[in-house]
Design a protein around this ligand. Structure first.
Ligand code: ZN
Length: 372
C-alpha cells in the first residue's frame, strides 16, 4: 500500500487477538522448536491462552486498544481465548476499548479442547451474556467458536442456534491449516466450511478467519451465504501455512492481523508483497481488502444511533520528519478525538507499556509451568 496521507476513514482490523499483546515482552520460546502449525498452537499460543488470568488480560487489552488507536485503527474485531478466565472476560476487553475510545466487536472463541462440551458451553454462555448485557456504545458482541477442529458437533450446532436466537452471527477460524480440513474429513465432512454449514453455524454476517485451505468454489459459497472471510497475511506467513490464494472468489474478504499489532498499512503492505505473482484477479482483489473491512464493521454497527456510526471514524496524517513517512496526527472515533498530536487523549502509552511489561513477567513463569 502507498503511504497514507491526509484524512482517511479509520482502519478496521477485521480479525485479531487482543490477548497476545504481552507476547512482545519476552514470551518464552516454545521448546522443542515447533515444526508445524499444530505444534505452534500447542507449544506457544495454547499455553499462553491457558495461563491468562484477569490481570494479564486487562494489561494486554488496555495496551492493544491504545496502541491500535495510535496506528489509526478505529475498530478491532477480536476473538478471545482464555480457558482459565472465561466468565466476564469480554467485559475486561470491552472496558479497555471503551476507556480509550476504540470501537470493538468482541467474541469468546468457544472450544471443547481442554474441558470437553462443558468448556464449550461456558464459552458460548459468555458470548450470550455479553451480547445481552453490553450497553457500551462503541462495543458489539458476536457468538464465537475457536475452530471446527476443536469443537464437537454439539458445540458447533449450539453456536449457530444461539446466534440466530440473539440476532447475531458467528466468528470462527476456518481452514487456517490443512489439519482443520483433515479433521473435518475424519468426521465425515468434505471440509470445515461444509461442516459448519451442515451444522447451521454460519448465519449471514458470520466471520471466518483465514480460509487458506478453501478452494474457489468454497470461497464463492461463503459469499453466497453472506459470510465474511478475513485474510491475515503476516500471521499466515509467520505460521508457514501458505498464502490464501483463492480469496479473490468472494467480494466479502477483509484484512486482519491475527494478534499482530494493529498497524493496518503495514499489514496491507505485507499483503501486497505476498500477493505479488498470483493471478491478476487475486492481486486486484487483495487491494480492496482493507476497505472491505470497513464494510464488515459497518454491518455490525448498522444499529448505531446518529453520530455514533463509522462515518465519525477518521485518521489524519501529518508530514513526518524530512525523509520519513507521514505520521498519525489525529484520530476520531464516533466523532470524538481520541488521538491528538500523535498522543492518546485518554491515557499514557508509556505507562501502559510499563504495566504490560510488569504483568508479562508474572505471566511467563505461569505459562512455562503448564504441562501439555
Ligand atoms: Zn486468529
Amino acid at each position: 500500500m502507498t503511504t497514507p496521507t491526509g484524512t482517511l476513514p479509520g482502519f478496521v482490523n477485521a480479525h485479531t487477538h487482543v490477548y497476545s499483546a504481552l507476547a512482545p515482552f519476552g514470551i518464552p520460546a516454545p521448546t522443542p522448536a515447533p515444526e508445524n502449525f499444530m505444534q505452534i498452537l500447542e507449544r506457544l499460543w495454547w499455553r499462553l491462552d491457558r495461563a491468562l488470568d484477569e490481570r494479564a488480560m486487562r494489561a494486554s487489552a488496555r495496551l492493544y486498544a491504545a496502541q491500535s488507536l495510535l496506528f489509526g485503527t478505529t475498530t478491532l474485531i477480536d476473538h478471545q481465548e482464555s480457558p482459565a478466565f472465561i466468565d466476564g472476560s469480554l467485559d475486561v476487553l470491552a472496558d479497555a476499548c471503551q476507556e480509550f475510545g476504540i470501537r470493538a466487536v468482541l467474541t469468546y472463541g468457544a472450544t471443547d479442547r481442554n474441558g470437553g462440551i462443558a468448556e464449550g458451553r461456558r464459552g458460548l454462555a459468555e458470548c450470550r451474556r455479553f451480547i445481552r448485557e453490553n450497553k457500551r456504545p462503541l462495543v458489539r458482541g458476536l457468538v464465537g467458536l475457536h475452530a471446527s477442529f476443536t469443537c464437537s458437533d454439539e458445540t458447533v450446532r449450539e453456536s449457530g442456534d444461539m446466534a440466530r436466537e440473539l440476532g447475531s452471527a458467528v466468528h470462527v477460524h476456518v481452514g487456517e491449516d490443512h489439519s482443520d480440513v483433515e479433521d473435518a474429513r475424519r468426521r465425515g465432512f468434505e471440509g470445515p466450511l461444509e461442516r459448519l454449514l451442515a451444522l447451521n453455524a454460519l448465519p449471514p454476517g458470520s466471520i471466518m478467519a483465514h480460509g487458506v485451505f478453501l478452494n474457489p468454489a468454497q470461497v464463492r459459497m461463503a459469499e453466497t451465504k453472506g459470510v465474511w472471510l478475513v485474510q491475515n497475511p503476516r500471521s499466515n506467513e509467520g505460521n508457514r501455512v501458505g498464502y490464501s490464494s483463492c480469496l479473490w472468489a468472494s467480494s466479502k474478504v477483509g484484512l486482519g492481523t491475527d494478534g499482530w499489532e494493529a498497524d493496518m498499512p503495514k499489514e496491507a503492505s505485507a499483503l501486497e508483497r505476498l500477493s505479488a505473482g498470483y493471478p491478476q484477479e487475486e492481486v486486484a482483489a487483495a487491494k480492496r481488502r482493507l476497505e472491505n473491512g470497513r464494510k464488515l464493521a459497518a454491518e455490525r454497527f448498522a444499529d448505531a444511533p446518529a453520530g455514533l456510526g463509522l462515518e465519525g471514524d477518521t485518521v489524519v496524517y501529518a508530514a513526518g520528519e524530512p525523509n520519513t513517512p507521514p505520521v498519525v496526527e489525529r484520530v476520531r472515533v464516533a466523532g470524538k478525538v481520541v488521538v491528538e498530536s500523535g498522543k492518546l487523549v485518554n491515557g499514557d502509552i508509556d505507562e501502559l507499556r510499563a504495566k504490560a511489561r510488569e504483568e508479562a513477567q508474572v505471566l511467563w513463569p505461569k505459562m512455562i509451568a503448564l504441562k501439555g
